[in-house]
Design a protein around this ligand. Structure first.
Ligand code: PIR
Ligand code: CA
Length: 311
């Protein structure tokens, strides 16, 4: 394999499931491992879900279970968007892929250190707990990792509170450690991902593939659409897919550099990703912030990836 080496750290989650499919099915990807973190649902449920997605898609990379809760706070979950299972909608197959015995943070450290410096990209699409734990376990990760391309945050408004996006709000201390480290960070936040609404045109392209996996994706998007419709969205935002796409085809979106800090002690703004595009804080930029998406191009590469899998 000569593709981009990546580790997907996720909390499936409907859009995390799509992130798995893109990371596994795109020919430019060399998916090394999948790790799970409590977020959209409990660690037991999201780990089962990750394995179920791998089973239906025929993905055989190591899957390891990670943190059951945030570093320093009470856990929050998102059953209002993802249902009681974390992946409501389709019938979930019994997981047939094995569970790696290592904790996620250990698997991340060992995998990154086993590859050449600057070659492995981390793609976190849930709370950043495992990534912060891995960094604490092995501080050299900060020089060793090529880039962290994360779904989280926003520079306009949140979805968990008016100020905070869910993944950052779920573990702000972990997020602060990830943004403060010396590795390059791409922030694919809500400003970008709310441009990735899985509309009927995309869904019918998936349906046309006609595979069992396409039906699975359609069932996922059916449930996710209804959840988003209750909040006035015409279609569901497939956030996590975008963080993977930013690695495999960076030109699918545009970016602006900024200094980003995580609010840890706001009265109303805890978990906010404070984004300084204008240099007002006089700090060097630490983040490449995704701002605008070429949606048709995102659908093209996603449909192509799904077509490669589960046949
Ligand atoms: C959480 C999510 C999505 C919607 C809501 N309301 C809450 C999950 C997605 O999986 C994504 O990673 C991120 N968290 C978006 O906030
Ligand atoms: Ca997620």
């Amino acid at each position: 394999m000569t593709g981009q080496k990546l580790i997907l750290d996720c909390d499936p989650g409907h859009d995390d499931a799509l992130a798995i499919l893109l990371a596994a099915g795109d020919p430019r990807s060399d998916l090394l491992a999948i790790t799970t973190v409590a977020g959209n649902q409990t660690i037991e449920k999201v780990t089962r879900n990750a394995r179920a997605v791998c089973t239906i898609a025929g993905v055989t990379v190591p899957v390891a279970r990670g943190a059951a809760g945030p570093l320093a706070r009470e856990a929050i979950i998102a059953p209002d968007y993802h249902g009681d299972s974390g992946l409501d909608g389709p019938v979930l197959p019994a997981p047939e892929v094995p569970l790696d015995p290592r904790p996620a943070a250990q698997l991340i450290v060992e995998t990154v250190m086993a590859h050449d410096p600057g070659t492995v990209t981390l793609v976190p699409t849930g709370p950043l707990t495992n990534i912060a734990l891995a960094l604490a376990l092995e501080p050299r990760l900060a020089e060793r990792v090529r880039r962290v391309s994360l779904m989280g945050g926003s520079y306009t408004r949140g979805n968990r509170t008016p100020a905070a996006e869910f993944n950052i709000m779920a573990d702000p201390e972990a997020a602060a450690a990830v943004f403060a480290a010396s590795w390059p960070v791409t922030m694919v936040g809500l400003d970008l991902t709310h441009q990735a609404l899985a509309d009927d045109a995309f869904r019918s392209r998936v349906r046309t593939l006609g595979t069992p996996l396409a039906t699975f994706v359609e069932d996922l998007l059916g449930f996710f659409s209804a959840a988003y419709a209750r909040r006035g969205f015409a279609a569901p935002a497939v956030h996590d897919l975008c963080a993977v796409a930013a690695v495999l085809e960076p030109e699918v979106m545009t970016y602006r550099d900024a200094f980003v800090a995580i609010e840890l002690a706001g009265t109303w703004t805890t978990g906010m990703t404070v984004t300084d595009f204008d240099g007002l804080l006089d700090r060097p930029a630490n983040t490449r912030v995704a701002v605008a998406l070429d949606r048709d191009r995102l659908w093209d590469l996603t449909v192509a990836a799904i077509a490669q899998l589960g046949r």
